[in-house]
Ligand binder design. Structure first.
Ligand code: VOV
Length: 249
């Protein structure tokens, strides 16, 4: 028996780039070198802002809580070449000398077509296009984690019929809708791109809402039976004005 896959609409490519600051080296170099490094980061941010203003991509910077990383850069771009170029530029910059890679996740913004569209090219509907090429909301807090759909024995997402999967995801979306205005989500697909099947990036004004939504969703069948989760990264927005105080010693 063949189970039908679902067609996806794919938008901008995404890179979550996690770094740890090498504080020992940072303290050892001169104030002049530190200023140069901060200026190099600010210069890159200015370039990324120009790209975002022209709607050719988006970015966000968060200060991760805990020891998994200090910083999370999230970049969205139309091509993987642009993502690799950003990574390369960051590595070669003066600031790059103090940023130790901690983790990364590569994926692409994804929406699925479980809900039928009348339009032949739904990706061209303005609201859909905006969700495929989103400008990241710079809300105060971020939560990122990768996840899989389970395929063990009776609990196998990939042997469920498409309409059953569609119904389970509809129920999931009903839980999600209760968090409108409190949690904003970007789902990125990473089958064939990175080690897990999806990346979940959530933004919130109050970090407690991450715990509330993820907990409540654990009881939705699509998560309780078919969800497997990776490492969680939670952080606070690092706005431009916070960069100097963050690096000040
Ligand atoms: C913040 C609220 C929120 C809302 C409104 C929402 C809605 C929706 C809709 C309408 C759809 C289906 C169509 C599409 O757009 O693809 C999805 C799809 C998906 N979701 Fe979701 N989700 C939310 C939030 C939300 C969370 C918090 C999680 C993590 C789950 C958890 O247990 O920790 C999640 C996961 C996913 C995934 C992995 C997919 C793709 C699954 C697949 O198999 O294809 N999601 N989601």
């Amino acid at each position: 028996m063949m189970v039908e896959a679902v067609e996806t609409m794919d938008g901008w490519y995404s890179l979550h780039d996690f770094r740890t600051v090498d504080w020992n080296s940072w303290k050892l170099v001169s104030e002049e070198e530190r200023q140069e490094a901060i200026a190099s980061l600010q210069q890159m941010i200015t370039q990324w802002e120009e790209v975002e203003l022209a709607k050719n991509g988006s970015h966000a910077l968060y200060n991760i809580v805990g020891q998994k990383a200090d910083l999370m850069f999230m970049f969205l771009r139309p091509t993987t070449n642009e993502l690799a170029a950003i990574e390369n530029e960051l590595n070669k910059s003066k600031m790059g000398e103090f940023l130790i890679p901690a983790h990364s996740y590569f994926s692409v913004v994804e929406l699925s077509k479980y809900r039928p569209y009348k339009e032949e090219h739904p990706e061209l509907i303005p609201e859909v296009a905006e969700r495929l090429k989103p400008i990241l909301p710079k809300w105060e807090h971020v939560c990122f984690y990768p996840m899989d759909r389970r395929r063990h024995g009776e609990e196998n997402w990939y042997t469920l019929e498409k309409d059953v999967r569609g119904k389970l995801l509809y129920e999931h979306s009903m839980t999600g809708r209760k968090y409108a205005g409190k949690v904003s989500q970007i789902i990125t697909g990473s089958i064939g791109l990175d080690d897990w099947e999806w990346g979940v990036t959530l933004f919130a004004h109050d970090p407690l809402q991450f715990k509330k939504i993820v907990y409540e969703m654990r009881f939705d069948e699509v998560s309780s039976k078919y969800g497997e989760f990776g490492e969680f990264f939670v952080g606070n927005h690092l706005a431009n004005k916070d960069i100097v105080p963050f690096f000040e010693i």
